[in-house]
Design a protein around this ligand. Structure first.
Ligand SMILES: [Zn+2]
Length: 424
């Protein structure tokens, strides 16, 4: 069956929406504002050659590469030949190739005259995490250094103390995330690569860099996970102008103490939120570019982010009451609220209603985790099996929800409200 362009637009929307959702939990301190952000992905023209109808023109690929093949592709550029090596995810009607590069980035390689492709022997990346980090440093502005922890490579140009503090926070999340789902009988994989985090020293440098991904909204977002690069990017929150007594020049150890302030809890929650997305997409819970409904990916990230004002670490751990989200949900709830986020991602992209959608995603996910965990795990397994760039209709999303939980979304609203009443 030939895929219609609209399907690929949908796929691109899914990917873009995931980036949006994955990246923009909102700047909590600024009155809980959220900017809806759409990062355009150039996938609208992609279609798998294997999906061509028999009478269609053959794709202009160089060879019958199969998804999973290791390829070296050389492109002529004005500056000379550019060679990319990576794993083929899919190819396109126009001969473009979607590769996952060795540095975890996804890149579309256009079918240009003079392009040369060679199959490589399948190999695993034998580089050490520090070598991976050194490679990334070459792409970043001057002045960056590395902190390597058990699972993370942190590239930073702020104080080493802050980078180490972030590394410890991410490792804590990593362990908690893996333990939580293992106990829920959802076996996750160890991420195959070190997880990359980039921390800028201050907001200005971060915004200059992040505007490539976030556009004009970079000034409203304190950190984001980018599905294309597979990286979390943020800046030194101890220099954040959102915090009282901020310093833009020497965060250091004294600056870290700022994180003990109640205002910092939301910022720390944002870091945990993004790290949760990164974990979910690298431990086999979600597949990058697969159609993961935003209500579940954002629901899990908001379930894990739980801010903890005044505790000195800013993060309460997993599954506590997420008070800002609870308050928002109760203030904006209307009957029928769940069906829209089950069937589609549009509520998350609506600039005025996105925060309401996040609150619904948190409320529903918290309710399902605590009252219907086996069904939720079965639902997550269904999602994890979806291939990249596949398509889900609203009807399919709803049918998969009903298949997992045994009821229509609307039927869960009454028990959900009773459940939340305990937390008021
Ligand atoms: Zn998110």
């Amino acid at each position: 069956m030939r895929l219609s362009p609209t399907i690929w637009k949908f796929c691109a929307a899914v990917a873009a929406a995931s980036l949006l959702g994955a990246c923009v939990p909102g700047v909590w301190l600024a009155g809980f504002t959220l900017r809806s952000i759409h990062i355009p992905l150039p996938f609208t023209s992609l279609a798998r050659a294997a999906d061509l109808a028999p009478d269609s023109a053959p794709p202009s690929t160089d060879a019958p590469w199969q998804p999973g093949d290791s390829l070296a592709v050389t492109l002529p550029t004005p500056a000379g030949p550019r060679t990319l090596t990576g794993t083929l995810l899919t190819d396109a009607l126009d001969g473009s190739l979607l590769l996952e590069l060795a540095d975890q980035r996804l890149e579309i390689v256009p079918s240009t005259p003079g392009r040369e492709c060679h199959a490589l022997a399948a190999s695993t990346d034998s580089r050490s995490p520090r070598d991976v980090g050194r490679q990334i440093l070459t792409e970043l502005p001057p002045g960056f250094d590395l902190v390597v922890t058990k699972h993370y490579v942190i590239c930073f140009d702020t104080s080493r103390a802050y980078a180490q503090w972030c590394g410890a926070l991410f490792e804590k999340l990593h362990e908690a995330f893996a333990n939580f789902w293992t106990q829920a009988d959802l076996v996750l994989a160890e991420p195959p690569h070190p997880l990359i985090v980039v921390i800028f020293s201050d907001r200005q440098r971060y915004e200059a860099f992040a505007s490539r991904d976030l556009g004009a909204a970079a000034d409203r977002v304190v950190g984001y996970y980018n599905l294309l690069t597979n990286r979390v990017t943020t800046f030194d929150l101890t220099g954040s102008s959102l915090l009282p007594g901020h310093s833009t020049t020497s965060p250091g150890r004294a600056g870290l103490e700022i994180l003990a302030s109640p205002e910092a809890a939301g910022l720390v929650a944002t870091l945990v939120h993004e790290a949760t997305h990164q974990m979910a997409y690298n431990a086999g819970m979600h597949q990058r570019l697969a159609p993961v409904p935003l209500w579940i990916s954002e629901g899990i990230a908001t379930y894990f982010e739980t801010p903890d004002p005044g505790s000195g670490r800013g993060w309460r751990g997993i599954g506590q009451v997420n008070k800002p989200r609870l308050k928002k949900f109760l203030a904006t709830y209307k009957p029928g609220a769940l069906t829209a986020i089950i069937e589609g991602d549009e509520p998350f992209r609506d600039a005025t209603g996105a925060l309401d959608a996040y609150a619904k995603a948190w409320a529903l996910t918290a309710f399902l985790v605590q009252t219907r965990k086996p069904a939720l795990v079965a639902y997550l397994r269904t999602l994890a099996a979806k291939p990249p760039l596949s398509d889900d209709t609203p009807e399919q999303r709803r049918a998969e929800f009903v298949a997992a939980f045994g009821v229509e979304p609307a039927e869960l609203e009454e028990p959900l409200l009773k459940f939340l009443a305990r937390w008021k």
